[in-house]
Design a protein around this ligand. Structure first.
Ligand SMILES: NC(=O)C1=CN([C@@H]2O[C@H](COP(=O)(O)OP(=O)(O)OC[C@H]3O[C@@H](n4cnc5c(N)ncnc54)[C@H](OP(=O)(O)O)[C@@H]3O)[C@@H](O)[C@H]2O)C=CC1
Ligand SMILES: N[C@@H](CC=O)C(=O)O
Length: 814
């Protein structure tokens, strides 16, 4: 035996009713009770119609005509012509009765709860009559069960109380001799005198639950237009998916906060008898749906769903006069209760100095008045402070029976929210640990739900949102790498890496769904707006997207000066731009501590050695307690390339230009050739070793004539290099004469640092450093005699972009 209930949408159109018939046919030969709602929208029409009539507005007649047409048209479309006349006459009789009733309301200008029940009962009575005739005409022998006669209630109208003893007996008796398939109208009932009553909100679900409980059915199926209870609100969380199994308690918790598929009071009868409830989709009957039952905890998922409610206000009552005074909370709740204000969440600190309650925002004014009256005396004596009210809040709750078996769920929840800059206004958790509820600013609701969904549903991909300034050599290559790896990351790393903002010095472009990486240049060209770094940051902050990462691929100081503000918005920063980390020591330190304070990440692995793991290796040494004694390094890819390629007879400037074309030099090659780039890199290594050091502490000997440095742009610089070519030729011939090679070396030893061009003899490990390679030798307490060596390509767009990629993935996996 099973009971199926179809809601208003499921029976809303002839096409939908054909689907219902298929579902019922598939349920046969099992004995089946089918509870139906009124056709979708009809209950609202009946309401509106009776209110118009009661107010003396003749236009109620138009609505009665609409109701009539809706039912007669359904018969015409659904039933074969030869079967229509009997149904027409049955329905006509009911419609005439309804018309008379409306006329009566219009004449006496009165709509009592009793009359309203009578009016509303027509919705389900009409639909069930048509559906029964349709099923019979389709060859499914079906009886019409008279719910009104079977379900007995008290005489409370609009929300009657069921007399289960009589009702259960009636149902059992009737069903035992009824056809295999019985259709019953939902929502309707009657009192002991046979006067029509109704079951209130969720009434048809209640009817189904009453039948299922009375008949000890194997299951009670609620057929609706969604494929079950979802892990979160699908309008907010695109990745929300139906939950396969829930316990009764979990279902109640989820429905309480937001998941409107079932209305808790209505399932009580089946809950008492532990009859499984199935939520199924009429429009996708093959979907498994959700089963709500007593033993739903066999699976591994300990957080089953996230529910949420918007438009919450927090009332915070504080004051020294509250401490240790009995009855304070009692008086607060009494005042709210007398003002008919429903309290949704309560938190109180053990200091008893304050108590905070969450209520529906619409109740704020009445609550304020009630509290002001109740505590008039204490307020005047300043024993309590004026009530603090925070509006536009939202509630988010994690729900799952098994949460109590796992340590650290609250911690995971709070850190996931904290890492995304979402502050929690209030927290509540019952000792059952079935529900952890937080209150947060409503503007963060969607972000919070998505962050938590990604954090607790392991099967879900983590969406990363990248905002990138600088899309030249390195930035452009990084975008192309993301495009090439996009599918791989989705499939194997569960990371959905989207670029949602890009900019160069002229234009910026945003797309919250992710910029099409096959056409990012075109999109910037066509849709780009004028670039402004302030506007870029503002747009990024306003987008309020979870897991946002700002990537700076420029060599620009103004862009580097944005990091602090960005980090305070809990947005992580990844950059190959060395300017910030090589700026004042205090600024460098401040950026790192800001990142820690706001739980954002500040990663810059590519500042030294491009894609080589120099900084992470150094960080691991330091974290494990090692001490850096000495560093010897070749840190400029471009200079290494230049001195490996430059031979007597070749023009120095041509080699420098070639290094630029290969993508090894900085946008301003003077930064490389002057040694500043290397000074920045050794400075960053020293700082990462734990020392306070400034750029001015580093000794530097430039091999570039001062006149070359005194040029206004790259072309002037190149022209000047050409003019001084003889100087460079001499450098290389002198070195060759001594069987040496030229290397630009950075050294840190005994607390002193210097950079400069050196003639390196054959036996030195730097002699064979080919192409654009870098090499770093760390001498430490643990690596005393043989240094720890890191060597490989130290410049180039591909390797640098892959280092940026690695930093972004570290954030994704954190
Ligand atoms: N090349 C390499 O091997 C390595 C490079 N790096 C670092 O990578 C960074 C980028 O280098 P690279 O890609 O070669 O440089 P490019 O000159 O090729 O690209 C720089 C990008 O930054 C943009 N940009 C510059 N200033 C601004 C601004 N004020 N506002 C917005 N956008 C701006 C440029 O826009 P526009 O085109 O409009 O000027 C361009 O898109 C540098 O910091 C460099 O030190 C780090 C390690 C290795
Ligand atoms: N211009 C730099 C590139 C990386 O920082 C270099 O030459 O090493």
């Amino acid at each position: 035996m099973k009971v199926l209930k179809f809601g208003g949408t499921s029976v809303g159109t002839p096409d939908n009713l054909k689907k219902v018939k298929e579902i019922l046919a598939a349920a046969q030969p099992e004995k089946t009770v089918c509870v139906v709602s009124a056709f979708g929208g009809v209950t609202n029409l009946l309401h509106a119609c009776s209110e118009l009539a009661a107010s003396g507005d003749e236009s109620y007649e138009e609505l009665t005509e609409q109701i009539e047409a809706r039912h007669l048209d359904t018969i015409k479309e659904l039933l074969p012509v030869q079967s229509q006349s009997i149904t027409f006459s049955k329905i006509k009789i009911l419609l005439n009765e309804l018309e008379d009733l409306m006329k009566g309301i219009y004449l006496i200008r009165e709509l009592s709860p009793k009359t309203l029940d009578k009016v509303l009962s027509f919705g389900e009575t009409l639909s069930s009559n048509i559906i029964v005739d349709y099923l019979n005409a389709e060859g499914l022998p079906t009886d019409l069960g008279d719910s009104k006669a079977l379900i007995k209630t008290d005489s409370t109208h609009n929300n009657a109380i069921v007399d289960f003893a009589v009702t259960d007996k009636n149902i059992k008796h009737y069903i035992s001799s009824a056809a295999n398939l019985v259709v019953c109208p939902g929502f309707v009932s009657s009192d002991a005198d046979g006067v029509t009553t109704t079951l209130g909100r969720g009434g048809s679900d209640y009817t189904a639950a009453i039948f299922a409980a009375a008949l000890d059915a194997d299951s009670c199926e609620i057929w609706t237009d969604v494929s079950g209870m979802m892990t979160s609100d699908p309008r907010q969380v695109a990745a929300a998916h139906p939950i396969e199994k829930l316990s009764f308690q979990e279902a109640l918790e989820l429905s309480h906060f937001g998941a409107k598929v079932i209305y808790p009071p209505t399932i009580q009868p089946v809950l008492d008898k532990k009859i499984p409830i199935k939520i199924k989709n009429t429009f996708a009957p093959e979907d498994p749906g959700t089963t709500i039952c007593d033993d739903a905890n066999g699976d591994k998922q300990f957080v089953k769903g996230l529910s949420s409610v918007k438009d919450i206000a927090l009332l915070n009552l504080t004051g020294s006069g509250m401490v240790g005074v009995p009855k304070f909370s009692f008086r607060l709740f009494k005042a709210l209760s007398e003002a008919k204000v429903n309290v949704i969440i309560i938190t109180q600190a053990s200091s008893e100095h304050s108590i905070c309650v969450g209520i529906d925002q619409k109740d704020v004014e009445v609550s304020k008045t009630a509290i002001a009256q109740e505590f008039q005396l204490e307020l005047s004596l300043r024993k309590i402070d004026p009530l603090e009210v925070e509006e536009k809040m939202a509630i988010v709750a994690l729900v799952g029976d098994k949460m109590r078996e796992h340590v650290g769920i609250g911690g995971q929840m709070f850190s996931a929210l904290g890492e995304n800059g979402i502050s929690i206004k209030a927290i509540a958790q019952g000792s059952s640990e079935r529900n952890i509820t937080v209150v947060l600013d409503q503007k963060n609701l969607s972000k919070a739900l998505n962050v938590l969904h990604e954090s607790f549903f392991l099967s879900q991909r983590k969406r990363m949102n990248l905002f990138m300034i600088g899309i030249g050599n390195v930035g452009g290559t990084f975008i192309n790498q993301i495009k090439a790896q996009y599918d791989y990351l989705n499939e194997f790393e569960n990371v959905d890496l989207r670029v949602v903002g890009i900019a160069n010095s002229r234009q910026m472009h945003f797309d919250e769904d992710g910029i099409n990486l096959s056409d990012w240049k075109g999109a910037l060209e066509r849709k780009g707006e004028k670039m402004s770094s302030t506007a870029f940051v503002q747009k990024m902050v306003d987008a309020n997207l979870r897991n946002s990462v700002f990537v700076d691929n420029t060599a620009n100081a103004e862009i580097a000066s944005l990091y602090e503000n960005i980090l305070t918005k809990s947005i992580s920063v990844v950059t190959p731009n060395k300017i910030a980390c090589a700026s004042d020591y205090d600024n460098y330190l401040n950026l790192k501590s800001t990142a820690r304070e706001y739980q954002s990440k500040f990663y810059y692995e590519t500042n030294v050695g491009a894609g080589l793991p120099v900084l992470t290796t150094l960080g691991d040494l330091i974290k494990s307690g090692d001490k850096i004694k000495k560093i010897q390094a070749v840190l400029s890819g471009s200079l290494n390339f230049i001195f490996n390629t430059f031979k007597p007879g070749v023009k120095f400037v041509d080699v420098v230009r070639q290094a630029g074309i290969e993508g090894y030099t900085e946008p301003d090659p003077k930064i490389d050739l002057s040694g500043v780039d290397v000074m920045r890199k050794i400075l960053i290594l020293i700082r990462e070793s734990g020392l306070r050091f400034e750029l001015s502490d580093i000794g530097s000997e430039s091999f570039i004539p001062a006149a070359c440095m005194d040029t206004a742009n790259n072309e002037e610089f190149y022209a000047s290099l050409e003019k001084h070519d003889a100087d460079f030729q001499k450098l290389v011939t002198d070195a060759e004469a001594k069987n040496c090679r030229l290397k630009f070396v950075a050294t840190f030893d005994e607390g002193k640092a210097s950079v400069g061009l050196q003639e390196i003899p054959k036996e030195h490990p730097f002699y064979i450093l080919e192409g654009k390679d870098n090499i770093v030798l760390f001498y430490t307490n643990r690596y005393k005699d043989q240094p720890l060596v890191i060597k490989g390509a130290g410049a180039g767009a591909e390797v640098t972009a892959s280092g940026i990629f690695a930093d972004v993935m570290r954030i994704a996996n954190s």
